[in-house]
Design a protein around this ligand. Structure first.
Ligand code: AMP
Ligand code: MG
Length: 393
């Protein structure tokens, strides 16, 4: 399966096979990163009255250019009790209500003031530097949709409309099961033939970032019965992520163990690198991913395939893989046939520089990268300066 087909498969399967998550109510500061469970409406017009965009003088645009008598002042945070009649102007501050009669604001820098008179030598359109009442949102209008996740702008908007309590979806609980006889825990000293389990912890962070609640299960050894028993536990969660044990090796027992639960496999090989033997399916009503064990494979396959499942199970309306493009700092070539996601650095000058690495087990290279370079499966050669895909990490 091509990478694009695999991604489409994940989106379609999870969208059609997911259950609606439970709804909980949280205080606004705890809603950050959560997914809205209800539409949110504006509680009144925004702005609630016509508002000045800058410090200056409010007047009638049709009288420009001209001379005006200053008849008062309006400040932000005070009710507006003056009216502007022909030949008059009112001094006004940013954010203050534009008085009735006035329809434009001239900035202080564009006028000359003397005593209670001002001269303006330019013309302005009606409405210049004024935000009309309700121009941002009308009272009652839906300003946020259920299924939208709460980022910084959404927090600002929720605060604006007075949503002290926010209804959000419960986070999906995601079980993480690493497999491998060579793995030892973080706090153990590995023997020369052993390594520490890093995938469970990188995955846990990725799951959290995607809005899930990560539950790290113990490491399963490369034996069918043991792996099967742990998979049995993992299938009790909303999603199961396995790492390792999905290649063609003699001791790669993950797929066999999953099959014992009557698993349906949607794919078990994808034309992407790193992570070609990536597996996706469902057993006992729970979706699972078998992510190849090399740390870069696990990281990439989660980011480009499994993250979408976490987001959709969390009630997100959409999951976006935001591949943008940037010019390469040097030529790049790869063997056609696989979509590649390789460690790279996006530099301050906007250029993308591939990071040297020794292969998908090279964790320090991943840490030197700040994004992934995305190379098209059909295109073998890229010249320096040529645009290539970039995926933020
Ligand atoms: P596998 O997919 O099981 O064939 O593993 C591929 C490579 O990834 C092997 O070199 C493993 O030692 C390594 N690996 C597997 N699981 C992990 C893990 N949890 N943390 C770090 N490396 C791993
Ligand atoms: Mg293994």
């Amino acid at each position: 399966m091509s990478f694009a087909e695999a991604r489409r498969c994940v989106l379609e399967q999870v969208k059609s096979g997911r259950r609606r998550p439970a709804v909980e109510c949280v205080p606004l500061p705890e809603a950050a990163g959560r997914v809205l469970a209800r539409d949110v409406r504006a509680d009144r017009d925004y702005p609630p009255q016509p508002r000045s965009m800058l410090d200056g003088y409010a007047l009638r645009a049709e009288e420009l250019p001209g001379e005006f008598v200053v008849v008062g002042e309006v400040r932000a945070g005070q009710p507006c009790d003056v009216e502007v009649r022909p030949g008059e102007a009112v001094e006004i501050m940013t954010g203050a209500t534009v008085p009735p009669g006035a329809d434009a604001v001239v900035m202080v820098e564009h006028m000359r003031a003397e005593g209670s008179r001002v001269w303006v030598d330019r013309v302005l359109e009606k409405g210049a530097k004024v935000n009309a009442q309700g121009c941002d949102a009308r009272g009652g209008a839906v300003v946020l949709r259920a299924g939208q996740s709460v980022g910084v702008a959404e927090t600002a908007l929720l605060a604006t409309v007075g949503a002290a309590e926010v209804e959000v979806y419960a986070r999906p609980r995601v079980a993480i099961l690493a497999t491998g006889d060579e793995l030892v825990e973080l706090d153990q000293s590995p023997l020369p033939h052993q390594i520490r389990n890093s995938n469970s912890w990188s995955l846990a962070q990725q799951v959290t970032r995607a809005g899930g609640e990560a539950v790290v299960l113990g490491v399963a050894r490369d034996r069918l019965e043991e792996t099967q028993a742990q998979i049995g536990d993992g299938l009790g969660y909303d999603l199961l992520l396995l790492s390792g044990g999905v290649s063609a090796g003699k001791y790669d027992v993950v797929e066999l163990a999953l099959a014992r639960f009557g698993a349906e496999f949607f794919f078990d090989r994808v034309k992407l690198q790193p992570g070609q033997p990536c597996v996706f399916g469902r057993a006992r009503g729970t979706f699972f991913f078998g992510l190849p064990g090399n740390p870069a494979s696990t990281l990439v396959c989660f980011e480009v395939l499994a993250r979408a499942a976490v987001e959709l199970l969390g009630g997100c309306e959409e999951s976006l893989l935001a591949v943008t493009r940037a010019p390469l700092s040097e030529p790049f070539r790869h063997k056609a046939g696989l979509t590649r996601f390789l460690p790279a650095r996006l530099e301050e000058d906007g250029r993308l520089r591939p990071v040297r690495w020794s292969g998908s087990g090279d964790v320090p290279a991943l840490a030197r990268a700040n994004c992934l370079l995305v190379a098209d499966a059909e295109k073998e050669e890229y010249e320096a300066g040529e645009m290539i895909g970039v995926l933020a990490l």
